[in-house]
Design a protein around this ligand. Structure first.
Ligand SMILES: [Ca+2]
Ligand SMILES: [Ca+2]
Ligand SMILES: [Ca+2]
Length: 396
């Protein structure tokens, strides 16, 4: 019915208005959510089930939401699987060093600022420092998941032996018992390499997902069943099947496609990106090992991350530790999809962990610590050359 009305309006000759009424469907290469090519029909079905659970399943107090929570569906914070907005941030507090969290009795580490009727939401205790983080894009996660520990370690240089001022390190954690060991996983003193989240503190997508249900929505599962309000273990409110479908969905989300890769300015921008040493952390090319999803096995892909933690200087210190990550350390974020992120963030950029950078250039200029030299190189470029770097980044 609506379509007919719109068509009629168009026929009446108000042609200029029609574009506004009927937004053009985005081009395939501008969409972030969709599966990788080459899934089996079985896998496509699981992807769709995970898609529904992730985007459409809105929890209520009847289906397990809360009592304390931050949002009622994954899709609220991860709309279209793109980067999130300051309205969809998470707040964590009370963990300033490796001695642990001194504020567990008042709701740390994560703030649940909403509650179902009859319950009181958490508030930040007076005087405590807190860290606010924005959701990253969820695209291409299956590729990052399938990189071998050995490949990640090959990029690490903890003692900066090559003397370039850059010393990426993995985040070493004790994964929860329900996580399955990766093939050929590498372990040091009982700790394993974690790789998801902005400080890279989640071992795999199951841990990330089970935690999100539990901490972000107050929904318990057989994996994570501790209730943040009662401090009791709860019966599952979401099935293992649903959790596994969501994990599969995340793994099978395609990687963003490049746009304008052959443009002359984009190509010189790419050269400048290398000369500035951006690629020392934003590693252009990685490869997957064997994956249980055939479409992801032994593939070369272009995420622009080394999945390692770097000292980014005091300006980006959030006074919060996770796993072995220090307060000033962040995992290099993938840059793929950067040029598309504006659309998912409501038309403006909110970059870096807390969205403080409102343009790509601002994000670059806020690089300190191990990124300082690289940032200075960018800053010293003439305006026309800077523009090329930005054009390149927008093409990712
Ligand atoms: Ca619950
Ligand atoms: Ca809490
Ligand atoms: Ca180095």
């Amino acid at each position: 019915m609506r379509t007919i009305v719109i068509l009629l309006i168009c026929l009446l000759g108000i042609a200029t208005g029609c574009k506004k009424i009927m937004p053009e469907a985005p081009e395939e290469n501008e969409l972030l959510d969709g599966p990788v090519d080459g899934l089996s029909s079985q896998e496509k079905i699981q992807f769709l089930k995970g898609d529904v659970a992730f985007n459409d399943e809105v929890f209520t107090s009847q289906t397990g939401l809360g009592p304390l929570f931050v949002a009622n569906s994954c899709g609220t914070c991860h709309a279209g699987d793109g980067k999130g907005h300051p309205f969809t941030s998470l707040t964590r507090f009370g963990q300033t060093d490796s001695s642990g969290n001194q504020y567990l009795h008042v709701g740390a580490p994560q703030l649940q600022n909403r509650a179902i009727p009859g319950y009181t939401p958490e508030t930040l205790p007076a005087g405590v420092g807190f860290s606010k983080i924005l959701p990253p894009a969820n695209t291409g996660l299956g590729y990052l998941d399938a990189v071998s520990d050995a490949d990640i370690l090959a990029l690490a240089d903890p003692n900066d032996l090559n003397g370039d001022g850059i010393s990426g390190v993995p985040n070493w954690i004790h994964p929860p018992a329900y996580c399955q060991e990766r093939a050929n996983t590498v372990s040091h003193n009982g700790k394993y390499i974690a790789r998801f989240g902005k400080k890279g503190a989640a071992y795999d997508l199951l841990q990330q997902t089970a935690n999100a249900y539990n901490q972000d929505m107050g929904v318990s599962s057989s994996f994570e069943h501790y209730d943040t309000y009662s401090h009791l273990d709860m019966d599952p409110e979401v099935s293992n099947e649903t959790v596994n479908n969501v994990v599969f969905y995340l793994k099978a989300l395609k990687a963003p496609y490049r746009r304008n890769a052959d443009d002359a300015d984009v190509r010189s921008g790419e050269q400048l990106f290398m000369t500035a040493g951006c690629d020392k952390c934003h590693t252009p090319e990685l490869k997957t090992g064997a994956s249980s999803i055939a479409a992801l096995s032994n593939k070369t892909f272009y995420p622009y991350t080394d999945m390692l933690l770097h000292d980014m200087g005091s300006g980006l210190d959030d006074n919060y530790t996770e796993g072995s990550a220090k307060t000033y350390e962040w995992k290099t974020p993938p840059l793929w999809g950067l040029g598309l992120s504006k659309a998912s963030q409501g038309g403006s950029y909110f970059l870096l962990h807390d969205g403080r950078a409102h343009s790509i250039e601002e994000a670059i200029l806020m690089h300190g610590g191990e990124g300082f030299v690289s940032k200075n190189y960018y800053q010293s470029l003439p305006a026309t050359e800077k523009e090329k770097v930005i054009k390149f980044l927008e093409s990712l």
